[in-house]
Design a protein around this ligand. Structure first.
Ligand code: WTA
Length: 637
């Protein structure tokens, strides 16, 4: 399989970019011709950013799994679709061919149907990184059910909120999952979530860790039993449901600057076309290459670049259950050599944490199979970029710094491996079809080079989010209302003298902790639920490994036990309400917060204190009690 839409030279990139701007519809129509459709579109694009109302490939009918699976069977059915590397290196890895994956997906799709799942139903998936997670996701897509994968680090409360918001009626989970030397219970967390959520009718449970779990008669069924039943029924086929181009494919919850996570909705056709297109072009994928994306499928990176993008391209995608530092900090390099990985796509936080172990874990590894390296999720600092380049890529692998978001569905700004030049710490150039603009706070476009501004996008690309589930107004106000006729990313950005883009970080109240997005308001809400807490303010501060750490200033009415105990209790509350990923790194108990006379917290001052600044707090004359700043500064931890 070669890809008609693959850009192979810098010149082709320039031409493609030009065409995609001058005539976006013609450009994407040509790309879309490489996919399998049940019915062709009547119109390539209809859009306005005011509503917003965006329709790509209008009236087209398709099923994404026919593009991910069926189409590869004849010519490449025996090619590995997924190579699965277990957490424990002593356990045997699995190679799942396209033919096998196709069969399993159809079988599990039948299981879903037998259990009452219908097109349009929301199915929540809460599993570890096992191949069955891929099967569950694709089986939903096969029958037109809308999957919503929830990352294993979220608490019962977070799951319950998401189940309610999505009105999910089915859950697929595991008894537990393995992470390093730990067994993480999953089904018990689901049970706790279900105690406060009555929309769910059935829970399908895969046995992975043999952790004892309660199975409620009539509601909970075992994956293995159901699969056996489906096999015995003799019906091994499951036709791909005919989906409209704009039918929802999945919901993925992500944090914003307000207290509640939003369910970002992606639809079938545009998402499919853009993830495959960006996968092939950014990584310069060649059939047979082994692609290793280290993200979890609970995040958008796993959706787009472990599953949908690679599988649509007939690629071999490596899925890893464990963590980079277990049994030791050489695990990624063991995997690269063992499976002859050609493309490694990971997060700057992982690189920085591995850097901390020095180069001895790399010694004894060949790493000669590597051709392309990638990063995603947060700005990469130059030191980490050079370490990655020299020690892992040995100076011969292009590094793609890919900027995108849950809402964008796929990579929007990145160099293309070996085609367009890399520049350390810069995402560089937009992909064809992507029109970035920088604006000032009034929404005026900042033209020219060597400028900073807020990053917006001017024209829709095929995998732009369509709505936030159950609340379209929220989608409009969050992304399309700040600046008229522009999609606002929430990121600050610099454009250098050559037109390269460098993302400078969020300009809203969203933190990026180890590449995970967490809204400060969400953490504050959780802290404020703790008894004895009056109010709190959460800010980010630079953290050597995580990129950003979480710093919480908390005002208490009474402190239970001593301060250390109180801090421990607050941390426990956050873990309960959101999950371990939102645990504050530092909690400072304070007597008051710096507030203006109108009651607004002056976060800028708190941010500076958390960053270790001791003076230069800017204008604090509007503060109700300027003395509080000094007090907080002196109590910094
Ligand atoms: C940040 C992850 C700098 C950015 C795919 C964005 C980046 C947020 C980069 C989205 C990058 C992502 N350089 N910053 N290459 N990639 N970001 O939704 O702030 O989990 O808005 O999607 O991560 O995070 P999300």
């Amino acid at each position: 399989m070669s890809y008609a839409y693959q850009i192979k030279t810098k010149r082709e990139y320039n031409e493609a970019y030009k065409k995609s701007i001058e005539d976006p519809e013609a450009y994407w129509e040509e790309v879309a011709a490489s996919f399998i459709w049940k019915k062709k579109w009547e119109k390539v694009l209809e859009w306005n950013f005011t509503a917003p109302d965006i329709k790509w490939f209008k009236e087209a009918k398709l099923n994404i799994t026919e593009n991910c699976l069926d189409r590869h069977i004849e010519a490449n059915g025996d090619n590995p679709a997924i190579i699965w590397e277990p957490n424990n290196p002593d356990e045997k890895h699995r190679v799942i061919t396209y033919r096998q994956l196709h069969k399993e997906v159809m079988q599990f799709a039948n299981v879903l149907k037998h259990n009452g799942v219908q097109k349009g139903d929301r199915v929540c998936i809460y599993m570890g990184m096992v191949p069955e997670l891929a099967v569950a996701v694709l089986a939903c897509a096969r029958i037109g059910a809308i999957h919503s994968v929830i990352f294993g680090g979220f608490s019962a409360q977070s799951i319950a909120d998401r189940l309610q918001d999505a009105q999910a009626s089915f859950i697929v989970t595991c008894d537990g999952s393995y992470r390093g030397n730990k067994v993480i219970p999953l089904k018990p967390v689901i049970d706790d979530a279900l105690a406060q959520c009555d929309t769910v009718k059935k829970v399908i449970v895969l046995n992975r860790t043999h952790t004892p779990v309660s199975m409620i008669k009539g509601r909970d069924v075992w994956w293995e039993d159901e699969m056996k039943k489906a096999e015995l029924s003799g019906n091994l086929q499951c036709n791909a449901e005919e989906m409209d181009a704009e039918d929802p494919l999945f919901i993925l919850y992500t944090s914003g600057s307000t207290g509640k996570p939003k369910g970002v909705v992606h639809t079938c056709a545009g998402y499919m076309v853009y993830t495959a297109y960006s996968f092939v072009n950014v990584f310069q994928y060649t059939l047979g290459d082994v692609h290793f994306c280290t993200a979890d499928i609970g995040w958008i990176t796993g959706h787009s670049y472990i599953l949908y993008g690679p599988l649509c391209a007939g690629a071999t995608s490596l899925m890893f259950e464990g963590i980079p530092t277990w049994p030791d900090a050489g695990r990624f390099w063991d995997i690269v050599d063992k499976h002859q990985v050609n493309i490694l796509y990971t997060a700057p936080t992982a690189i920085r944490s591995l850097m901390g172990f020095g180069i001895s874990p790399i010694e004894g590894h060949q790493l000669t199979s590597l051709k392309v390296l990638g990063t995603v999720g947060e700005p990469i600092n130059e030191e980490a970029w050079h370490w990655y380049n020299e020690n892992i890529g040995k100076g011969r692998c292009p590094i793609v710094d890919t900027w995108w978001q849950t809402e964008t569905g796929g990579i929007l700004i990145s160099n293309m491996a070996g085609i367009t030049p890399a520049k350390p710490a810069h995402a560089t150039l937009p992909l064809p079809g992507v029109q970035p603009v920088l604006v000032d706070e009034h929404g005026n476009e900042i033209t020219g080079n060597n400028v900073n501004g807020n990053l917006c996008i001017k024209h829709p690309w095929p995998s732009i989010l369509r709505t936030t589930y159950g609340n379209h107004e929220r989608c409009r106000t969050n992304y399309f209302a700040t600046y008229p006729n522009l999609y606002f990313t929430g990121d600050g950005c610099y454009r250098d003298n050559d037109g390269n883009y460098r993302i400078t970080g969020r300009v809203d109240d969203v933190l990026n902790v180890s590449g995970h997005r967490i809204g400060t308001a969400e953490i504050e809400n959780a802290i404020n639920m703790h008894t004895g807490v009056i109010e709190s303010a959460v800010v980010g501060y630079p953290h050597d490994i995580k990129g950003q750490g979480i710093y919480a200033y908390v005002v208490c009415s009474n402190i239970h036990g001593d301060e250390t105990e109180m801090r421990g209790d607050i941390t426990q509350t956050v873990t309960r309400i959101i999950g371990a990923i939102a645990k504050p790194d530092k909690i400072q108990l304070v007597n008051g917060l710096p507030k203006t006379r109108s009651g607004k917290i002056m976060r800028r001052v708190l941010r500076k204190i958390a960053e270790g600044e001791t003076s230069n707090f800017g204008d604090t004359s509007t503060l109700l009690d300027p003395g509080i700043v000094e007090e907080i500064k002196n109590g910094k931890i």
